[in-house]
Design a binder for this molecule. Structure first.
Ligand code: MN
Length: 204
């Protein structure tokens, strides 16, 4: 069975940027529901519980029977995306990138400000529900993009290292319809230390 990962910090600790109410519902209700529905979709195919969620999503067409593929794509995509989202943030974080990732961001986007501008635009202009991403492509370069609903760059040959949820449930309690304010707040809690660790691991 897939298990809802525990939040890596107390509910209050992303305040005032992300409230404990938002985290409580987002993690305890939304992410929990995706996890339960993923397990439910897979219940007749116990072999798939032996795989990681990354393996399942990358090899969706080969591994997952057609009858449950839609449910696994939706709920497995959301299970994976939210798991990365929680660790993309941390208390007392934000600021600028660190380590080799800082150098790579400067190389790819010319400056942190230009990266921030691109990433923010990706989140702000995603119509309806979706996600903004920083990923490593197959040739090792960095890429910013947005995806719709549960879609993830993982299914398109890339390795995500940072993600921002722009579904309304991620920010409505705190910011109502003001998605750009949420995006600015997200930058105050990005965990660049763990993002750099994911970058180094993906580069290997
Ligand atoms: Mn969400």
């Amino acid at each position: 069975m897939f298990i809802l990962p525990a939040l890596p910090y107390p509910l209050e600790d992303l305040g005032p940027y992300i409230s404990s109410d938002t985290l409580e519902y987002h993690h305890g209700k939304h992410h929990a529901a995706y996890t339960n529905k993923l397990n439910d979709a897979l219940k007749d195919y116990p072999d798939l519980f032996e795989k990681s969620i990354e393996e399942i999503l990358i090899n969706l067409n080969d591994l997952v029977p057609e009858t449950i593929r839609g449910a696994v794509r939706k709920n497995g995509g959301q299970f994976y995306n939210h798991s990365l989202y929680w660790v993309s943030m941390a208390p007392n974080a934000g600021g600028e990138p660190v380590g080799e990732l800082a150098v790579a961001i400067k190389d790819q986007f010319e400056s942190f400000e230009q990266f921030k501008d691109q990433f923010s635009k990706a989140g702000a202009t995603q119509f309806g529900s979706g996600w903004a991403w920083l990923s490593i492509t197959e040739d090792g370069s960095l890429e910013v993009e947005s995806t719709l609903n549960e879609d993830t760059p993982l299914m398109h040959g890339k390795t995500p290292i940072l993600t921002m949820d722009v579904w309304e449930h991620a920010y409505y309690l705190d910011y109502q319809n003001k998605r750009p304010d949420y995006i600015e707040a997200f930058f105050q809690v990005i965990d660049w230390v763990s993002a750099n660790e994911r970058y180094l691991k993906a580069k290997k």
